[in-house]
Design a protein around this ligand. Sequence first.
Ligand code: GLN
Length: 542
Amino acid sequence: MPRREHRTKHLFITGGVVSSLGKGITAASVALLLKRRGYRVKIQKLDPYLNVDPGTMSPYQHGEVYVTEDGAETDLDLGHYERFTDIDCSQQSNYTTGRIYSDVLARERRGEYLGKTVQVIPHITDELKAAIRTLDGPDVDIAITEIGGTAGDIESLPFLEAIRQYRQEIGRERGLFVHLTLVPYIRAAGELKTKPSQQSVGILRGIGIIPDILVCRCERHLQQEHFDKLALFCNVDRELVFEEIDVANTIYEVPLDLAKQDLDKYILERFRMHVRDLDMDDWRSMVKRHIAPKKKKVEIAVVGKYISLRDAYKSIYEALEHGGMANDVELTIRQVEAEDLEKEGAKRCLKGVDGILVPGGFGDRGVEGKVAAIRYARENKVPFLGICLGMQCAVIEFARHVCGLEDANSTEFNPDTKAQVIHLMEDQRTIEDKGGTMRLGAYPCRLSDDSTAAKSYEGTQVSERHRHRYEFNNDFRSVFAEKGMRIAGTSPDDRLVELVEIPDHPWFVACQFHPEFKSRPLTAHPLFRDFVAASGGMLANE
Ligand code: GLN
């Protein structure tokens, strides 16, 4: 019997004119709308840089590293994908030039090319096509592939060639090119300009890609003349030119704006797929809740070391917003640079905040500032949420100031310290490579019945994502318990401490995992929801 061919459709999203247009948010919005139309969607990003994954990059370079269930260290756009669509990403959701080349070169060393000259075309492009094909399958109706970078970049050329070939192979009915461009408003002339978009489409055309759909980022609405001009000069059907105007309040407005213009409907029509109803009521009311006047103001301090770059704590800020929406409060975030806190003191930097959050991080810069912030939270009974390094700092702080272990530290910062309350995990000791070797991805955690966290989760068995090398040193468990820090969550075999709490405090929870990766706008993560509630003095059982 002939194999039944599945007919996954492919949508390729490229960007033009400038970077930072929000391609990831556009891709995530389109994915959300198509999912809401009842289709099974998968989404991935191909990044043209040479790092095998963003895991080894500084947050200053690349923003946050987003971790998937299966432990891939990925681009932060995948966070948008998951938050918008609630579809889990995986190792197949993010490929870089580095990852593709390292696979091809390993194969070359194994002699698998049988003496051939190994070249960008076809070997690299074939590998890129194979990466796209991983989304293709009987369980996927529409696969969305976002191409990182900007049309015209030297390094994205093999990617564009790969998607050109891919679409050529699957045909126009199964493949669509969406190009996201910028239509800038020139203040002095008082005009919106379409020329950069025309030129960007020209670059793509030179490579053999004619966009089917144009999505234009703009700060002012496009007029009829702009739509006409863009359609005519860019060779795109008039009804397939869309605007994506700067949103006033939240990125979660973007899918609503695109839906208003029927972008998803046109995509389905072009794919000759049935246009099912779209229900966005819950999404719309979530956005309304975000905008509407609030009962209460809650200010949360985030004390970190990459504060100057907003993207470095993307998922943290998003999860806090979700927590704010869930509690219907107006949430403001005070971004506190940990090093400033070292210089100016906790009191000055944290005065008046309702809650304090210390996020993850690496290296010792700013650690003393974080420890001081946690001491302030503990002593002044300010609700506190510590995440990963934030938990490790909470342990250090408690050891020093409550357990009397003055030199307590993590061996990451001081390998010679006597009280090594945080130390390298057993299975990390022999690892030398930095890339992709941490404890990564989802692991189960068992919470104690009486814990604050179990109350939030409404259960004691949870699974959360990790990204770390160091852990709580079990030798200190009993000292901590005696002095009032509860080991409230461990791995099911009880070997690893995953969550600690201070019961004699309004709300003090610190976890080794990263709950922020699993928070969604419609379903705030329980720890973030209750942390914000506690900060606003709104937790029922307080
Ligand atoms: N640097 C710490 C570790 O490796 C914490 C990591 C993190 O916060 N993600 O364990």
